[in-house]
Write a protein that binds this ligand. Structure first.
Ligand code: SF4
Length: 160
């Protein structure tokens, strides 16, 4: 081996490590998050995880890039009706806009009765969940959207 090769050190040397869970899907594979001086160094499979025993699928193995890729979007993008341009808006404003649209749609389309039968629903909105939502979050989503707003079209990716 060359002297240079002998002196090579692992990129995680001296780094602190935190145990975490892959953010992508409901399998919940274990990850080790290496960081040094407040900077993310690497994210790798956790050998101690009883779920994945150190393995990560291609999505999980790319979690480091999910955080650090220069093309990662960090602001909410908004394209106004009939516009061909995207604009950055802050997340507070975006959440207000979503809430206003949800409430407006519900107000305009909620049906209390149909053909003499009680209906209490709207089919004008749908909800598509993400796979990392846990059972408590799904319970709250179901409670809010079905019981609270009367939505019937609700789906969640977590079918594993
Ligand atoms: S996306 Fe892949 S690595 Fe992540 S939890 Fe799912 S199966 Fe595991």
């Amino acid at each position: 081996m060359s002297e240079r090769t002998c002196n090579l050190r692992p990129k995680t040397e001296g780094a602190q490590v935190a145990r975490s869970i892959c953010p992508y899907c409901g399998v919940g594979c274990g990850q080790l998050v290496y960081h040094k001086n407040g900077k993310l160094i690497s994210i790798e499979g956790d050998l101690q995880s009883p779920v994945s025993r150190g393995h990560l699928c291609p999505k999980g193995a790319d979690t480091f890039e999910l955080h650090t890729h220069r093309g990662r979007l960090k602001k909410v993008k908004y394209r106004a009706p009939y516009s061909s341009e995207w604009q950055d808006i802050d997340s507070e404003k975006a959440m207000d806009m979503v809430a206003e649209r949800v409430w407006d749609t519900r107000e305009r389309t909620f049906q209390e009765m149909r053909d003499g039968e009680t209906l209490m629903q709207t089919t004008a909105m749908a909800h598509l969940g993400g796979a990392t939502l846990d059972i408590e979050e799904n319970y709250l989503i179901r409670k809010l959207f079905t019981v609270g707003l009367g939505m019937v079209c609700i789906s969640n990716q977590a079918r594993i």
